[in-house]
Design a protein around this ligand. Structure first.
Ligand SMILES: [Zn+2]
Length: 242
């Protein structure tokens, strides 16, 4: 493997040369690339980073100055643009990594643990559901679009307190998020949550970014509320969601 890495990795990055990638995994929105020299590349794109994959020497779709990391093997190349989190971890650092160890169960994982997610959710039950769903310490992986869409499709009003939710309702919410995310993961292109027959005029979502427009199910105008410390936007139908 050949590595073009940030200057701060200099001595560690040299250890990667000539080694191979042994496993690529995710936990929530974190990407972990394990290598044969026991170092693990950890990246998180937040909301502005992105990856490009292809054959070695591929034409980059963004300017060189936006390249943060470039991993090249004999057959494949992976380029990370603009990502704010990018580090090279020893096994000990990986095991003790604050952010990763605090993450809740990965909603897309085959071994997703609904009991653990339920317990983590109810550690702070006096909280709005739309805020809690985005908290990666409760369940890892759900982003802002899937949050609004999953809440709409399970009929849960985002401003409801967590304490008012039942276990079956919460399980349906995680299952819906997993279903939408895996469906998108199996096809290329942008996130699409809306069923195909309803997709007219470029619509891709049931409620996300549709404030003031009619609900596809009942015609009520879609509303938006800002939630949590970061004031993230949540879109919802005040009739379909209770
Ligand atoms: Zn509606």
């Amino acid at each position: 493997m050949r590595v073009d890495a940030p200057a701060r990795w200099s001595s560690r990055a040299r250890q990667l040369r000539g080694h191979c990638v042994t496993e690529v995994g995710t936990h929530g929105k974190h990407l972990l690339v394990a290598t044969s020299c026991d170092l693990t590349v950890h990246c998180h794109a937040m909301i502005y980073g992105s990856w490009q994959f292809g054959a070695p020497g591929m034409t980059l779709r963004k300017p060189q100055r936006q390249v943060r990391l470039r991993l090249r093997t004999v057959e494949r190349e992976a380029v990370f643009f603009n990502g704010p989190v990018m580090e090279l971890l020893t096994p000990e650092e990986l095991a003790a990594h604050g952010r990763l160890t605090r993450l809740g169960p990965d909603v897309m994982s085959d071994t997703f643990d609904g009991n653990e997610a339920w317990c983590r959710l109810f550690l702070d039950a006096q909280r709005e559901t739309g805020d809690a769903v985005l908290d990666q310490r409760i369940v890892a992986g759900i982003g802002n679009i899937y949050k609004s869409e999953s809440l709409f499709l399970t009929g849960i009003l985002p401003t409801r307190m967590v304490s008012s939710l039942g276990r079956q309702q919460v399980d349906r919410l995680w299952n819906m998020a997993r279903h939408l995310m895996w469906r998108d993961a199996r096809r290329s292109g942008p996130i699409v949550t809306l069923d195909d027959p309803l997709r007219r005029d470029g619509d891709r979502h049931w409620v996300y970014r549709r404030r003031g427009r009619p609900c596809f199910r009942c015609g009520t105008r879609i509303e938006m509320v800002r939630q949590g410390e970061l004031r993230r936007a949540t879109y919802f139908c005040p009739t379909c969601q209770v």
